[in-house]
Design a protein around this ligand. Structure first.
Ligand SMILES: [Mg+2]
Length: 108
């Protein structure tokens, strides 16, 4: 994770994103939606593994950029990641009414 974080941090520095619209979360959310749309297109139009991988990398880059833009350190993120991981590893897997399986917090 740290290597990815540092790479995106370099990208933000190279393109002088500090204090610009690139750190604005509304702008960044729009970028995420755009990239999610590209991933959806890759899946629904049956593009290949290369396109699927690229769109996932685009999303990961943006998510790491969200951390950098809001001043969240790689250490803070890793701590939050492992806390959440512990939580999801203790969840139940259930078949929903639609027949799909979910690992989630199920409320009655
Ligand atoms: Mg893309």
């Amino acid at each position: 994770m740290r290597k990815y974080y540092e790479a995106i941090e370099k990208f933000h520095k190279k393109y002088k994103m500090k204090g610009t619209n690139n750190e604005d979360m509304t702008f960044r959310l729009n970028l995420l939606i755009e990239e999610l749309g590209e991933l959806a297109e890759a899946v629904t139009k049956g593009y290949g593994k290369k396109e699927f991988l690229e769109e996932n990398v685009d999303l990961l880059n943006l998510i790491i950029g969200n951390l950098i833009s809001t001043g969240i350190s790689a250490e803070e993120f890793e701590k939050a990641f492992w806390e959440k991981h512990k939580k999801i590893m203790n969840r139940k897997k259930k078949k929903t009414k639609s027949g799909k399986y979910r690992v989630s917090e199920f409320k009655k």
